[in-house]
Design a protein around this ligand. Sequence first.
Ligand SMILES: [Zn+2]
Length: 133
Amino acid sequence: MAWKDQMLYSVLRHKCPRCHEGNLFIHKNPYSGWKVFEMPKECEHCGQRFQLEPGFYYGAMYVSYGLGVAWFVAMLVAFTVLYPDFSIHVFIITTVVSMVALTPVLFRLARAIWIHLFVKYEKDWQQNVDPKA
Ligand SMILES: [Zn+2]
């Protein structure tokens, strides 16, 4: 199986879950201000809708919470291994600042993971297109 066919590729590159070609977000830069939230209504490649139902991405907040906890644990392990006598104040400040800095990245990653849970990859999606639709 090619790397491009893997779900991990599509999630990390923020690609359409159905075709792995179209972009999930209009702007590639996650630090482009409020534009970070802008998503196309559908995939420019295969036509897959990205808003599956009203409020679909509220569920991505659960994923985002999980990513935040994972980041906290990763920071704790890194501090424990690299600086065994670390100060709790330095740890908290470093973790909070890095978490705030990573918010746009985690936001997009959470949305990408969330939609990939509901839309499966169709390698030959062109053959499944209904010509009457
Ligand atoms: Zn697509």
